[in-house]
Ligand binder design. Structure first.
Ligand SMILES: *Cc1c(COP(=O)(O)O)cnc(C)c1O
Length: 390
């Protein structure tokens, strides 16, 4: 893509560039590897809910994993089969629960006794039965950034192991709740497959616990969280789905009648997106150089929020066929009035000038979907590879 920046001529910056061929390649690999074990994958919409992206994911046969009523509604509108729409979230409102029930979705992943009780009441009023899975907090540290760890006791997510007896005794009384599965999601951007192995060992124990109590639940949902290579996206454009699923297959001990589900977000869409942005100004300080961009935390908040790394390329200067340009270190920063508004720190780049075009790589997940209008900035547009000529 970097060699083809000329295709971007005339497009107003900043914009998200989505390489839909890479998305299709990623989905092909994902389907091939998951297919080996009959695993079912739901795509986590919150990573990127762009309609064109969603249509391609729907056509590839994935289900939808939602965390709000609007995501449920969007999945229905895009045409994901209702039975393949799952709805998780620690704070579902009554209206959102109604949206899911009215849409006849496949499953609600429930996070507390009170939520289940409320859902039973709403389902009863609507004369329906809600299919639910229990989101269980397995108390496993995913060793990812503390802000994106979700599966340890001190997180707000999930039902704790010591609460399970009480939860089951409540569910037994509820006529409009049908418990169909167990759900786990322990964090995001997890690179070490050992973490997923630990999760599977824990799931084996918890699954046994339910079976001993005569709960024969058809669904084991291991959530998402598989990471991507932010440092070298060109060498690893497609995540290692093969070893991810193999790790689960080698460790998890499901019953023959149990389906295994996953909810992947980042690993499906992360690498297909780049943020294309123009250098507005260069400031050469005594100790630092700054490249001031026409995009920042409003288009990509991950660096400001989690100190995440994104590879940054100067599209005009990085491909000068053998011409040597001195490399300098730049803090690549945005125009927003916040000190945390940066895209990269100490980035080594060829000497950069006003007007140069940068690609901030690997922004397909949690880029556009976390964008804001802060400072009354306009939303950046999207350019799809399919629509570019040449
Ligand atoms: C965010 C989320 C996911 C997807 O996580 P990724 O790291 O993007 O794969 C899956 N399940 C739930 C419940 C989530 O909240």
């Amino acid at each position: 893509m970097y060699k083809e920046y000329k295709r971007f001529t005339g497009i107003a910056t900043p914009f998200y560039y989505y390489d839909l061929d890479l998305l299709r390649d990623t989905l092909d690999t994902l389907n091939r590897e998951a297919g080996k074990y009959n695993y079912k994958v739901h795509y986590a919409l919150k990573a990127n809910a762009d309609s064109q992206v969603l249509q391609i994911i729907r056509d590839a046969g994935l289900g939808a994993d939602c965390v709000s009523g609007n995501e449920v509604q969007k999945s229905l509108n895009i045409g994901f089969p209702a039975k393949d729409i799952y709805y998780a979230g620690v704070g579902k409102t009554d209206d959102e629960i109604r949206t899911g029930l009215a849409g006849n979705i496949g499953c609600f992943n429930c996070e507390s006794v009170q939520e289940i009780t409320v859902m039973n009441q709403i389902a009863s009023d609507m004369n329906m039965v809600a299919k639910i899975a229990l989101r269980i907090n397995p108390d496993i540290n995913s060793n990812t950034h503390s802000y994106i760890t979700t599966g340890i006791q001190e997180n707000k997510f999930g039902i704790q192991l010591w609460e399970l007896d009480e939860v089951l005794s409540v569910i037994r009384q509820l006529k409009n709740i049908n418990l169909i599965g167990l759900h786990f999601h322990i964090g995001s951007q997890i690179i070490r497959l050992e973490i997923f192995r630990k999760l599977c060992l824990k799931v084996n124990e918890i699954n046994d616990w339910f079976i001993e109590r005569k709960y024969f639940l058809p669904v084991l949902n291991l959530g998402g969280g598989l990471g991507i290579d932010y440092h070298d996206p060109d060498s690893n454009p497609v995540p290692d789905f093969r070893n991810y699923f193999k790790t689960v297959y080698d460790t998890l001990l499901p019953q023959p009648w149990q389906e295994i589900h996953f909810e992947l977000g980042r690993s499906v869409v992360g690498q297909m997106g780049s943020l294309i942005s123009k250098v507005l100004y260069i400031k050469n300080g005594k100790t630092k150089n700054f490249a001031i961009m026409d995009s920042g935390m409003t288009e990509l908040i991950r660096p400001a929020l989690y100190h995440s790394f994104h590879k940054i390329v100067n599209l005009y200067k990085s491909n000068l066929n053998g011409t040597f340009l001195p490399y300098l270190k730049y803090d690549v920063v945005g125009p927003v009035c916040e000190t945390t508004d940066f895209l990269g720190k100490e980035v080594e780049l060829p000497r950069t000038e006003r007007g140069d075009l940068f690609a901030i790589c690997s922004v397909g997940a949690y880029g556009q979907s976390m964008a804001s209008n802060y400072n009354l900035r306009e939303r950046a547009g999207v350019t799809y590879s399919d629509d570019l000529s040449g």
